[in-house]
Design a protein around this ligand. Structure first.
Ligand SMILES: Nc1ncnc2c1ncn2[C@@H]1O[C@H](COP(=O)(O)OP(=O)(O)OP(=O)(O)O)[C@@H](O)[C@H]1O
Ligand SMILES: [Mg+2]
Length: 284
């Protein structure tokens, strides 16, 4: 997916005119797991809603597999099938009588056969960890975390090649967050789909994403491999963004004289580096 010079102005020509994103360009590659981070109001939600033609650019283009997604009705329809978008708090969009029917809604619209729809529903439910016995209950009887899973399953059921999620872990407890991220990663691993995840959590971005796109006041401030982006600690702090917990611990250990090497931004990397340092002495 290629985003070229994307600008979006809300309420143009009124006193409420706001330029939400300005000349944003980047490419998202097949199978990539990327995080979009940035302060409140930096334009993250506006940006991602362009990626499946939900809103139209004021300027610029979005190309999917080389085709301008807004150029024709066919292109728009095609991108909606291939690029799945999960809104923030998607559970508010559950509306069918049963969880099954909610998950089946997308595949049904795609015109698949009953048998294919059934397979899609079960597969999607499996990816997000919804047990069979919940498929026939009303989505409103589910817990908050389960509702979120059901809503995500509804998009996964369309088997998108690119899955875009706006704050999928917002409002969940740590166990719920971890569960959803593991579910998304399993979808990515099983299908090779690209993930683009908007998150406020630097720790989640550090742990799961190999690429980070940092938004600041409607523009892309930093874009690159996760390790590289986290090496701009000072800039991130200036943008009001936190640095991952593991980086803070590593910095403190360095101040205390521990000769940690390399860029450390996850607890796994920190553990490996500490074990490496100790390794020389106690290889047991
Ligand atoms: N429908 C809208 N009409 C007018 N202005 C809007 C609309 N949606 C967003 N904006 C404005 O556009 C800018 C970017 O908003 P956006 O929601 O894209 O940011 P965000 O990075 O997703 O923020 P958050 O982290 O709070 O979700 C903000 O100034 C916001 O007030
Ligand atoms: Mg937002």
């Amino acid at each position: 997916m290629k985003v070229e010079g994307l600008t979006h102005v809300y309420s143009q020509g009124t006193p409420f005119q706001t330029t939400a994103i300005k000349n944003v360009s980047f490419e998202l590659y097949k199978g990539q797991v990327a995080a979009v981070i940035g302060h409140t109001g930096s334009g993250k939600s506006t940006l991602i809603q362009h990626l499946n033609a939900l809103i139209k650019p004021t300027e610029g283009r979005v190309l999917f597999k080389g085709r301008d997604i807004n150029a024709s009705k066919e292109n728009m329809k095609a991108v909606r099938a291939d690029v799945g978008l999960v809104f923030q708090y998607p559970e508010y969009q559950l509306f069918e009588e049963t969880v099954y029917r909610d998950i089946a809604f997308g595949p049904k619209n795609q015109g698949l056969s009953e048998k294919e729809i059934d397979e899609r529903v079960h597969r999607a439910a499996g990816f997000v960890g919804i047990e069979q016995r919940y498929l026939q209950v009303s989505p409103f009887e589910l817990s908050g975390g389960q509702k979120r899973r059901a809503a995500i399953a509804g998009v996964i059921a369309m088997m998108p090649e690119v899955l875009i999620l706006d704050e999928p872990m917002a409002g969940l407890d740590p166990a719920g967050r971890e569960g959803i991220m593991a579910n998304l990663m399993s979808y990515h691993e099983a299908t090779g789909a690209a993930l683009l995840i908007v998150t406020h959590s630097m720790d989640d971005a550090a742990r799961y994403a190999s690429r980070m796109i940092v938004m600041d006041h409607g523009t892309v401030a930093l874009d690159g491999p996760t390790a590289e982006v986290f090496s701009h600690g000072e800039e991130l702090t200036k943008m009001g963004l936190a640095v991952p917990t593991a980086s803070l611990i590593a910095d403190r250990l360095r101040q205390l004289g521990v000769p940690l090497e390399g860029s450390i931004y996850t607890l796994d990397l920190l553990e490996k580096e500490i074990l490496r340092l100790r390794g020389g002495r106690e290889n047991a």
